[in-house]
Design a binder for this molecule. Structure first.
Ligand code: HEC
Length: 163
């Protein structure tokens, strides 16, 4: 009987470890090398950030105009999906002065990788909650959460993005 419990417990522990591994790989710690050039990676992340600000604008307009927040589930979810992979687009070798491209990525992204990953996790969690509120059709909660999401953008920029 106790053997059964031990087996069940180690299976549960293994599952917890798989979960932690999936999270670590989703946030990309440590930075992985890829087949893309440094310039392609920088261009991809900057385009994603530009689309993020456009998505935020769409969400703010929806709040301002009082349209059904359920329709904002899709854009809110795209922010979450991006937030989860954001750190993977900051591998070593893509910092300022390392390529011919301009980048506002600060060196703290690489010297404080855990802090940078945490900023992305906070962003993903805030955007995920926004999706849930959109799905629930909670207009008031959605409005408040949108401000929380924006704070996670600003918090990361304050430490990891050059002006
Ligand atoms: C975990 C950190 C982090 C979070 C969270 C974050 N950003 Fe950024 N953002 C950066 C960094 C770093 C850069 C600089 C990238 C570069 O130039 O290579 C950047 C650049 C940008 C840019 C300029 C892109 C360009 O074309 O050069 C915009 C716009 C932007 N972010 C908007 C946002 C918005 C809107 C959010 C939230 C919805 C957000 N960011 C969340 C780190 C973050």
């Amino acid at each position: 009987m106790s053997k059964v419990i031990t087996v069940a417990l180690s299976a549960a522990c293994a599952l917890a470890l798989v979960g932690a591994g999936a999270l670590a790989s989703a946030v990309g710690i440590p930075p992985q090398s890829s087949g893309l050039t440094a310039e392609q990676i920088i261009a991809a992340r900057q385009a994603s950030f530009d689309m993020s600000v456009m998505t935020m604008t769409e969400l703010k307009i929806a709040v301002r105009d009082g349209t059904d927040v359920k329709k904002q589930f899709y854009p809110a979810t795209t922010l979450t999906r991006w937030a989860k992979v954001l750190p993977t687009l900051f591998p070593a070798g893509t910092g300022a002065g390392e390529t011919a491209l301009d980048t506002h990525a600060k060196t703290e992204i690489w010297t404080d990788r855990a802090g940078f990953a945490k900023a992305a996790i906070d962003y993903a969690a805030a955007a995920d909650r926004l999706s849930a509120l959109a799905q629930a059709g909670d207009a008031e909660g959605f409005k408040e959460q949108l401000a929380v999401v924006e704070k996670t953008c600003d918090a990361c920029h304050a430490t990891y993005k050059a002006k």
